[in-house]
Ligand binder design. Sequence first.
Ligand SMILES: Nc1ncnc2c1ncn2[C@@H]1O[C@H](COP(=O)(O)OP(=O)(O)O)[C@@H](O)[C@H]1O
Ligand SMILES: [Mg+2]
Length: 386
Amino acid sequence: MYNFELAMFNPSSKTIGMLGGGQLGRMLIQSGMDLNLAINALDPDKNAPCHYLANKFTQGSLTDYDTVYNFGKKADVITIEIENVNVDALKQLEKEGKEVYPQPHIIETIQDKGLQKIFFQRNNIPTPDFFLIDNKEQISKYKEFFPFFQKLRKGGYDGKGVVKLADVDNLRNAFDAPSVLERLVDFKTEISVIVARNKKGEVKTFPAVECAFNPEANLVEFLFSPAQITRAIEKEAQRLAIDIANKLGIIGILAVEMFVTKSGEVLINELAPRPHNSGHHSIEANITSQFEQHLRAILNLPLGDTGLSSPAVMLNVLGEKGYEGDAVYEGIEETMQMSGVHIHLYGKEKTKPFRKMGHITITAPSIKEAKDKANTVKDIFKVISK
Ligand SMILES: Nc1ncnc2c1ncn2[C@@H]1O[C@H](COP(=O)(O)OP(=O)(O)O)[C@@H](O)[C@H]1O
Ligand SMILES: [Mg+2]
């Protein structure tokens, strides 16, 4: 059917207001430029990665009602690149007729790991067993279920806000705050599926990727695309991601982090309603990138083909241990002599141990070749300080 509204689409007629101005926002702006979109950004840090790239950059709090409301008033479509934002202001903007995607009630559910778990439970979505607690004292009530991962309900990111509790007699590192006590999963691999849904209800997933974590920092170090999993597991992962996107009714992109157990079960770990670290390779290695897909979804445009254009490995460039201060990059020349190696620097002035400073995507004819190159790159490319 001929869609007159879409045929007349003038992308620059709509201003997008984006909450957050970090690297995810920066790559979203990069993608938006191809469609001549105007994207404004709000971030508390005046030197945020989006500062010089946004159509307009506003320095301000993402959790303050008035700041978020006033920023949103000046946009037609409002989106996020971080979920720790003031949801009440977004709900008010939605009430006043602004398009807010993902929808505020979905951000509200996802920004609280406890509410996420309740959502999984109510909708029969497989997830590790858990208990909700209000403080550290309550942990000992569950002593027969150890070991646990304790997760702060709100505000955690990149492994901060997550702690492994091996036994009830050692709770030194436990958080004394509302949190989820999640039973430890002895998983085989961690995978992620990114799914997008637009207003028309069109839904598309990206092929699953495999995530390898840095054990010390609990954050992704390498990512492999495609994931080395059986067809049956891939199918189940895709089915779950689509089911979750439909049950939420989300508009925009959603990253679904999953555990694959040793017996081949797929369990949902957590959700992120925005572009995600596990989709960075899609810039070079998929027909449509996750950033373009998010823009397509929130502007109610047709979703793009998510097929692989190449096997790829993504390597997060993390601040080297033992260095803190003005960032300098070591090994850039050597790295750039290798073919298929794509460096992305986020423009963060200061480095500290394990801070995400950039990422490098390596494309190659086979995943084996890409892995070999990624290991070389990891050895030569370092972020240190002056
Ligand atoms: N129940 C669990 N069992 C085993 N490992 C876990 C569990 N929960 C989390 N982890 C590990 O910790 C990492 C970070 O936890 P996650 O809940 O994803 O928090 P974050 O918000 O920091 O990404 C996971 O990717 C995984 O490697
Ligand atoms: Mg996670």
